[in-house]
Design a protein around this ligand. Structure first.
Ligand code: 4NP
Length: 166
């Protein structure tokens, strides 16, 4: 059989935050742009979801959309809630923004195999070694959104480097 790159199984990444309207849809967009710009679009499927149900069906927070747009990201994910059975089965890695997310997702894991899929976004930070989580910008000003985007750009670059090495 001839080599068919498009038929290869994609690596499936799911970014998680609390509301799925600020951090995880931004991570989704940052990672998608990085993957697209490095010619790896066919290798990855990227999605995001929230722990909570408050914002299901909504576009991302307007402030996040505006700050991200200034950096060239189209943050247009429609919010959905994490579904343990579906998402643990469907995704290779489930990448959380903070320790509260980590606890929430961990308690939903059904097996060690599920648990091994859960990664902390902050563990991929290189330029911000003192940040141990991606902070919720919802109640912050503009600087909070900019800081989240700085962290996400740094972590996504390292995440992609690590995934490409494995
Ligand atoms: P996110 O931010 O988890 O980065 O999407 C939040 C947005 C909204 C709420 C919490 C966090 N909320 O409680 O409505």
């Amino acid at each position: 059989m001839t080599h068919q790159p498009d038929m290869e199984k994609k690596l499936r990444l799911l970014f998680i935050c609390l509301g799925n309207i600020c951090r995880s849809p931004a991570a989704n967009a940052v990672m998608q742009k990085l993957v697209d710009e490095t010619g790896k679009t066919n290798k990855y499927f990227i999605d995001s979801a929230g722990i909570g149900a408050w914002h299901i069906g909504q576009l991302p927070d307007k402030r996040m959309r505006q700050h991200a747009q200034l950096r060239g990201y189209n943050v247009n994910h429609i919010a959905r809630q994490f579904n343990a059975a579906h998402d643990f089965d469907s995704f290779d890695y489930i990448i959380v923004m903070d320790e509260e997310n980590y606890e929430d997702i961990s308690t939903r894991a059904r097996s060690e195999a599920d648990m091994n899929k859960v990664l902390r976004m902050a563990s991929f930070l290189k330029a911000y070694p003192n940040d141990s989580f991606i902070p919720d910008p919802y109640y912050s000003g503009a600087e909070g959104f900019e800081h989240v985007l700085d962290l996400l750009e740094d972590a996504c670059a390292e995440l992609l480097r690590k995934l490409e090495k494995q």
